[in-house]
Write a protein that binds this ligand. Sequence first.
Ligand SMILES: O=P(O)(O)OC[C@H]1O[C@H](O)[C@H](O)[C@@H](O)[C@@H]1O
Length: 320
Amino acid sequence: MPDQQKLATLNEQFAIEGQLQFNATGDLIVADITNQHATASIALQGAQVLSWAAKRAAKGSAERGADEQQPLIWLSDEATFIAGKTIRGGIPVCWPWFGAHPDREGYPDNRPAHGFVRAVVWDVTETSTTAAGQTNIVFRLPQTQVPPALWSHNTELELHVSVGATLELNLITRNHGSETVTISQALHSYFAVSDINNVAVKGLEGCQFIDALDDWQRKVEITPICIDAEIDRIYQNTKPVCSLEDKGWQRRINIETNNSRSTVVWNPWIDKSARLGDMGEGGYLNMLCIETGNIAEDRVSIAAGAEHCLSVCYRIAQYD
Ligand SMILES: O=P(O)(O)OC[C@H]1O[C@H](O)[C@H](O)[C@@H](O)[C@@H]1O
C-alpha cells in the first residue's frame, strides 16, 4: 500500500473532478485519467504510462470508434507494482542511458539497464485540461532520486503527458550545469497487438540498424518488418513517422516523433520471455516495442544552459 497521506495530498492538489484521480495500485500511486477522448493510467514510479485506450464513438453515430477500443499499450499480465521494481509493459522512460551503461568496463554491476529513472518515484508538478478536452499531467524527477554515483550532472528531467484523441509524451532534459552533458534515452513503448503474426512495422525501410542479436552488426533495412522470431534492433537516423500496421485489429498506429533519431524494435519471443520471467504466458504474442529515442551515434549532447525535448505522438488510424 502506498502512503495514504501522500495519496490524499496529491488528490487535494492535483485531482481534476471527473477527469483525473490518484489511486493505489499495489505499492504504487497511479494517476487515472478519463475524458471524452480516452482513458489512461500513469504510475508515479518512473512516470510510466501503463495504459491508454480511445473511447468508443457515441452510440448511433455513423462514425466507427477509431480502434473499437482495443488498448494502445500492452501491460504484462504478470507486471508487478512493487516499489523500486521495474514494471513490464507500458511506456518506461529510459534515461540518461539506454541499454547497458556505456562504460561497462570496470564498473560493478550496479548500473541498471536503461538508466535509473524508471524505478524511482517522480513528483507531479502540474495538471490541467484544454478546451479540446485533453488532460495534461507533468512529472518531474526529484533531485533526491538522482544517485550521485550514477549521475553527477546538474540536470532536470520532466515528462509531460497529454491524454486526448492522441497520446503525447514530451521528455524534457534541462542542463543547469556548466558543461555539456551527453545522454541516450528512449520512450520504451510496448504496443498491444492482436497477434504478432498479424503486424508489420513500416517507415524504417532504408535505415541502418544495429542488430543486438547478431554481434551488434550494422545492417540496412530493406522492407517493412514482420516478426517471426526474437528481434532487437536499434534503427539509426530514422524519419519522424513510422507505423505499426495490425491486420487483426484493422488499425494502424502512427508514431510521430520530434527530436528523435533512433527507433528500437523489440520482441523477446519465447526463450528471452522465459528468461525475463514477467512477460506472462504467451505475452510476446500480443506486444511489440517500438521505442522512440536517441541511442548510440544518435545520442544527444546538451550544452550548458540548454534543454532538449524528445517528443512522440501516438495516433490510431484506419488500416488500409
Ligand atoms: O528487461 P528490460 O531491462 O526492461 O529491457 C527490455 C528490452 O529493452 C530494449 O528493447 C532493449 O533493446 C532490449 O535488449 C531489452 O531486452
